[in-house]
Design a protein around this ligand. Structure first.
Ligand SMILES: NC(=O)C1=CN([C@@H]2O[C@H](COP(=O)(O)OP(=O)(O)OC[C@H]3O[C@@H](n4cnc5c(N)ncnc54)[C@H](OP(=O)(O)O)[C@@H]3O)[C@@H](O)[C@H]2O)C=CC1
Ligand SMILES: O=CC(=O)O
Length: 372
């Protein structure tokens, strides 16, 4: 039996949900009659229940475990949601918002990537500025610092469409300096800013299981909480802008080094006559087991790298993490070595492969020197 508590500005409902096959429409009807603040689009649209994501878990997580003394504003679910950047991550994240009944407006540099979302019910605007102007909260999921700045602060950028009462949530993985720059532009327009990079790749994005590493305006964290809960399984509020970016870069610095080290192990095992598939199994059962090794190991053994996290982004994150370490004189020799390996992989045309393709950089025969 699951118990869902739904809170809006003026009312709480506790609804006993006896099993996963709850009658969605009757529960929504009950909520609608007690809770006039539930936006119309959330009342009227059918919302599918998944075994891992009960319908009201959003409200439970957002309002009971994470919210303390939030302002009244924080209890409102933003009615109109913008989404900028529909790549590997942005597309499934926006899709989950649409499927949950949100009123979503999308934009992407390459317009055709908007089409599948438009057919699911999303609206389309032809610039980040127009999306921001027509939405309460706008999310951005862009490749790197340059594109994140361009989309937020450039000509027809989102900042031009911002005004008091609106919020901008940047989910892209960037460095703290970039995040602060974007924050400055958004706040100059009187709007709120939250950085919210995510840990978790393509599959967690599809499954709504991302981990949000947020920092910035607490009010926007509270306001956007129900939306973050649709797209993710947990969210951390880490304080001032820059802390979310830093946390993400530290996590991905560790991840990039782990993958490089795993690659060396796979190749060494093979060279000494062991079966690398058995190594994957052994690793999975011991103290160094990691979902990443179990998921990617079998395909790495077959030299197949279906892209979930592009190698070019992993190298970007290592580069930014090394820059962060530099600011505090923290030695990071392992990450520095890993970064070099990803650079080699990039120079051999592997940028758009999954980052597990870094193993290929270790297979490249070095040019014999003139003496040999
Ligand atoms: N993939 C993953 O597993 C994860 C990725 N991340 C991070 O999330 C972000 C997005 O990653 P992901 O979705 O994988 O990346 P993709 O490369 O698939 O998508 C990048 C997005 O950025 C857009 N973009 C790139 N350059 C520009 C530009 N100059 N102007 C406007 N838009 C631009 C692309 O538009 P277009 O379609 O036109 O190219 C696309 O929408 C990155 O910062 C990445 O590090 C974080 C966690 C996991
Ligand atoms: O940034 C990548 C991830 O898997 O997290």
């Amino acid at each position: 039996m699951a118990i869902a508590f739904i809170k809006t500005n003026y009312c709480y409902i506790s609804s006993l949900i006896l099993n996963q096959s709850i009658n969605t429409s009757s529960t929504m009807a009950m909520c609608s009659s007690f809770c006039p603040q539930i936006p119309n689009h959330l009342r009227s649209r059918p919302i599918s229940l998944s075994p891992t994501k009960p319908l009201f878990s959003v409200s439970v997580k957002a309002f009971s475990s994470q919210t303390s003394n939030a302002t009244a504003k924080a209890d409102e679910i933003p009615a109109r949601v913008g989404f900028l950047g529909l790549g590997i991550m942005g597309s499934p994240m926006a899709q989950n918002l649409i499927k949950a009944g949100c009123d979503v407006t999308v934009w992407n540099r390459t317009k055709r990537k908007c089409d599948p979302l438009i057919s699911l019910g999303a609206k389309y605007k032809s610039s980040p500025e127009e999306v921001a102007a027509s939405c309460d909260v706008t999310f951005a999921m862009l490749a790197d610092p340059e594109s994140a700045v361009d989309v937020a602060c450039g000509k027809q950028g989102a900042a031009n469409g911002m005004s008091p009462g609106k919020g901008y949530v940047d989910i892209s993985t960037v460095d703290g300096v970039t995040s602060k720059l974007i924050s400055g532009h958004i706040k100059a327009a009187g709007a709120l800013f939250l950085e919210a990079p995510v840990s978790g790749s393509k599959k967690p994005a599809e499954d709504g299981q991302l981990i949000f590493l947020t920092a910035g305006d607490k009010t926007l964290f509270e306001m956007s909480g129900p939306l973050l809960d649709i797209m993710g399984k947990s969210k951390f509020f880490l304080g001032d802008v820059g802390n979310g970016a830093a946390m993400k870069l530290v996590v991905n610095m560790i991840m990039g080094s782990m993958m490089a080290s795993f690659s060396e192990g796979l190749l060494l095992s093979e060279k000494v006559g062991l079966d690398p598939s058995v190594l994957v199994e052994v690793v999975a059962q011991g103290a160094i087991s990691a979902p990443m090794f179990s998921m990617k190991g079998p395909s790495m053994v077959q030299s197949i790298y279906p892209t979930a996290f592009p190698l070019k982004h992993q190298q970007k994150d290592l580069r930014l993490a090394l820059g962060l370490a530099e600011t505090v004189s923290q030695p990071t020799p392992i990450a520095a070595a890993a970064n070099e390996l990803y650079k080699v992989a990039k120079s051999h045309g592997l940028s758009d492969q999954d980052f597990s393709a870094v193993i290929e950089a270790l297979k490249i025969k070095l040019q014999p020197s003139a003496k040999e």
